[in-house]
Design a protein around this ligand. Structure first.
Ligand SMILES: [Zn+2]
Length: 418
């Protein structure tokens, strides 16, 4: 069987070039970071550069109605479903060079390497990038892939607004990426997303490669606790309706739930907490907090949500505050396709690269595409404990090259050499 070796230097140069679009000097770390929120001018510039690379690689580019971009390399049999590679090029406000970009630029590098080796495939091969994966600007993560896979409607996605009131529809038009292609994409024969791990498991195991078994369930809720503002000096302790105190109990309970073992491998975070009116000498009348729960098991996730709802109700009773929950997001746990995982494992074995299997702690476009076709992911190890969503995010050239070699050869196996 033909073995493809991608051009690691070229891949690295592309990663470093893309990182300058939206590049900023990060005061907290003293490093150069990336701030390229979806559908901003920076995102538009990055999109144009990546499209130019797709075109230079001989790919036929199409843009769909939610701004997802696909580059297609034809196969010998155009009637066959394609093998799709992809990820995203938007970042969080304090991002790095690798999150998302590796899978997209790596996919383009796979196409170039196939061209240079004169490899033809039976199936078409595509590389894509999906709109607003991070969810930072418009509040819904994996937006473009969720629309492509039919979980969200185009109308809903178009109507989402950013903090300044701009809609997805208007911003797509403004940057010229409101394409004509249907947003519901044809089911791929297989989808593989190569992505940095964003965690410490691979480095601890001493390998560059991870085969991702699935993505844990994610639940985001906003809890509003309404109490009563009163004088901090004159109101007796027992007569208070202190929304801040109730909120603090929720924070502690979320951590206790993670430690107690009743909810499996639950991870819970209260990442945002605001008190009102926010004055030194006034008992808080209101607290608004967010609860982010992650769990590889859907049943235990539901149990955790139920427990937390009961806890908040009891709290409301004890402190005389009203508790209101608002669902922000929820995605079920996803198990990746065994067959595609097996192909990735055989490929890594054939290349002599060690790997471990791991569940993803973060959400990815692959979990959406998994709804319409067999999907799996390749993880690439990161340094500094795999830290991500910060300018400290770093995967070295060898790890990026190894991951992309696995991607290239797994795609070749799935697409079939003609
Ligand atoms: Zn990502």
């Amino acid at each position: 069987m033909t073995v493809i070796r991608v051009n690691r230097d070229r891949l690295w140069r592309n990663l470093m070039q893309l990182k300058e679009i939206g590049g900023y000097d990060d005061a907290a770390t003293g490093l150069r970071g990336v701030r390229r929120l979806a559908l901003t001018d920076e995102d538009a510039e990055a999109r144009r550069l990546v499209v130019s690379w797709m075109t230079e690689a001989g790919l036929t580019v199409r843009v769909d109605r939610i701004g997802n971009v696909y580059g297609e390399r034809p196969g010998e049999d155009p009637t066959l479903a394609c093998v799709l590679m992809g990820s995203h090029i938007d970042t969080v406000a304090t991002g790095g060079a690798f999150d998302g970009a590796l899978g997209v630029l790596g996919g383009i590098e796979v196409a170039r390497s196939m061209n240079e080796a004169g490899i033809r495939t039976r199936r078409p091969v595509e590389v894509g990038f999906f709109t607003e994966e991070e969810g930072v600007r418009f509040g819904t993560d994996m937006l473009g892939s969720a629309v492509a896979a039919g979980r969200l409607t185009l109308g809903h996605a178009h109507g989402l607004t950013d903090a300044g009131g701009a809609t997805v529809r208007d911003e797509l038009a403004r940057i010229g990426f409101d394409g004509p292609a249907p947003e519901a994409r044809p089911a791929p024969h297989a989808y593989i997303e190569c992505h940095i791990e964003q965690g410490p498991i691979l480095a601890s195991a001493g390998v560059d490669i991870g085969i991702v078994t699935g993505v844990q369930a994610i639940s985001w809720q906003r809890l509003t606790l309404a109490g009563e503002a009163a004088h901090a000096g004159t109101t007796p302790i027992t007569a208070r309706h202190d929304a801040g105190l109730a909120a603090a109990e929720v924070v502690v309970e979320v951590r206790r739930m993670c430690d107690c073992g009743d909810f499996g491998q639950l991870r819970g975070t209260v990442g945002s907490l605001a008190l009102a009116p926010g004055q030194t000498n006034v008992i808080p009348a209101a607290a608004v907090l967010t609860v982010d729960l992650r769990n590889p098991d859907d049943g235990l996730m539901t149990a955790a949500e139920k427990h937390l709802a009961e806890f908040a109700a009891g709290l409301a009773e004890r402190h005389g505050v009203a508790a209101t929950w608002q669902r922000m997001a929820k995605t079920a746990a996803v198990t990746f396709d065994e067959g595609v995982q097996a192909v990735i494992a055989e490929t890594a074995d054939a290349l002599g690269l060690g790997y471990v299997r791991a569940m993803s702690g973060a959400g990815h476009d692959a979990q959406e595409i998994a709804a319409i076709g067999p999907a799996a992911m390749i993880f690439v190890a990161g340094e500094n404990g795999g830290i991500s969503h910060t300018p400290r995010e770093y995967s070295n050239p060898t790890a990026c090259g190894n991951g992309t070699d696995v991607l290239a050869n797994a795609v070749l196996r799935l697409a079939g050499q003609a």
